[in-house]
Design a protein around this ligand. Structure first.
Ligand code: DOR
Ligand code: ZN
Length: 435
């Protein structure tokens, strides 16, 4: 089966390309890009079909390297009532993602190779998108004992993270950075000083006081952003910081990058789209950790995205069932589903003039591939044919009922969106199609 995408606007930051091009896919790989690639196959089949070649007209659409989510929660094993690898992969494909990295806070925790193998088996069965498992830093996410890094790497884990929980013990974090770096594996840090965040449920601010909710101060995040940067600097290793949400964090990361520290960072669409003001009606689907912050923080994140301080837009897709969410705000689980809304919300950054097209696609594909050290995020000839086609003009309304994810905890229910992934190709095969 071959595939020819004709006449699209191809944006490929890996080679600084933004041009109208045809893309030919053969044997699961990008065969070539070029103007007016002619079809040399024999015989004409059904509409758009010539022999084993399917031709799809993608004029007026964007053709980009398949989107990569460096940070999501697929909940399997253990929380299949929230999401499974199958339903999460369906949501990912519908949102234009061809690869995702899934976090380790499952049950059992992904802290040993039998869980890596289980995840890989489920991914193979689902045969939809590429799922790269992230193993935990510490056994049971308990922050006490390091997991078997080399064994987990050999089993197929691509990174280490205790995401969902901070690694409070700085000595353990130091060892994690050193061991992981020595075997070429990234560490993804959930930056939160648990003593400072304490039992907080939203951003610490006047709004929290008005709402009578306990606060999580921005310094709870910034303290650990600074610590991890100091540890990476001291040990000459690298660290990737998850879900950055405050202006202070952006500034600390910017300074560290200027000093040459090997730090990379991500934020998520809800942090550059929403603020704590959206909590005024106590909607538990606005509850997330780190919490939605102030409008000043939101502006600083956009500046960080614009100037390259923040390298990646991740979803932090965190599905939760109704029973987890439809309780008093204090008791509701933290998390927002994001795989199906990330792209249109991120496209707004280009429309607002915050980032360029190439920057945006780099932050959603090339940069996460580079950080995870996976050979993806490019449309170069010979690369895996992971491709996302985007219709920038497609208008649609988010509805929790039509999400592919098993959980419906979106804060964007009813929001008007412009732009959608209309074709998701993974390894040369069409996995989602709306055109
Ligand atoms: O809001 C969150 N939800 N933040 C996290 O760090 C973990 C995640 C989850 O697993 O639900
Ligand atoms: Zn997370």
């Amino acid at each position: 089966m071959r595939l020819l995408l004709k006449g699209g606007r191809v944006i490929d930051p890996s080679r600084d390309m933004d041009d109208q091009m045809d893309v030919l896919v053969e044997k699961g790989k990008i065969a070539k890009l070029g103007k007016n690639i002619s079809d040399d196959s024999q015989g004409v089949g059904a509409k758009g079909q010539k022999g084993d070649l399917e031709i799809i007209n993608v004029q007026d659409l964007l053709v980009v390297p398949g989107l990569i989510d460096i940070h999501c929660h697929l909940r399997e094993p253990g929380f299949e009532y929230k999401e499974t690898i199958q339903t999460g992969s369906e949501a990912a494909a519908a949102g234009g993602f061809t690869s995702v990295a899934c976090m380790a806070n499952t049950d059992p925790v992904h802290d040993n190779r039998s869980v890596t193998e289980f995840i890989r088996q489920k991914v193979a069965q689902s045969d939809l998108i590429n799922v790269f498992p992230v193993a935990s830093i510490s056994v049971g996410l308990q922050g006490q004992i390091l997991t078997e890094f080399i064994d987990l790497k050999n089993a197929g884990a691509v990174a280490f993270s205790d995401d969902g929980k901070p690694v409070m013990n700085s000595a353990l974090m130091r060892r994690a950075l050193e061991y992981a770096y020595s075997i070429g594996m990234p560490v993804i840090s959930h930056c939160e000083d648990a003593n400072l965040s304490n039992e907080g449920v939203m951003n610490e601010s006047f709004v929290a006081t008005e709402l009578g909710l306990s606060g999580i101060p921005s310094v709870a995040e910034e303290m650990m952003v600074a610590r991890d940067i100091l540890l990476a600097q001291y040990t000459r290793t690298a660290v990737h910081l998850a879900h950055v949400s405050t202006a202070g964090s952006v500034q600390i990361i910017r300074d560290a990058k200027n000093r040459g520290v090997k730090v990379t960072a991500e934020t998520a669409p809800h942090y550059f789209t929403l603020t704590e003001e959206f909590l005024r009606d106590y909607n538990p689907n606005m509850k997330v950790n780190p919490p939605l912050r102030s409008s000043e923080d939101r502006e600083a994140l956009k500046q960080g995205l614009r100037d390259g301080t923040i390298d990646v837009i991740a979803t932090d897709h965190a599905p939760h069932a109704r029973t987890d969410k439809e309780v008093e705000f204090e008791y509701a689980a933290s998390g927002i589903v994001g795989l199906e809304t990330s792209l249109p919300l991120s496209l707004r950054l280009v429309e607002e003039g915050v980032v360029t097209w190439k920057q945006l696609i780099a932050m959603m594909s090339f940069n996460p591939a580079r950080i995870l050290k996976i050979p993806k995020g490019t449309l170069k000839a010979g690369a895996d044919a992971d491709i996302t086609v985007v219709d920038l003009n497609k208008k649609w309304t988010v509805s929790r009922d039509t999400l592919h994810s098993r959980s419906k905890n979106t804060p964007f229910d009813g929001w008007e969106m412009k732009g959608k992934a209309v074709l998701t190709v993974v390894g040369g095969k069409i996995k989602h199609r709306e055109l």
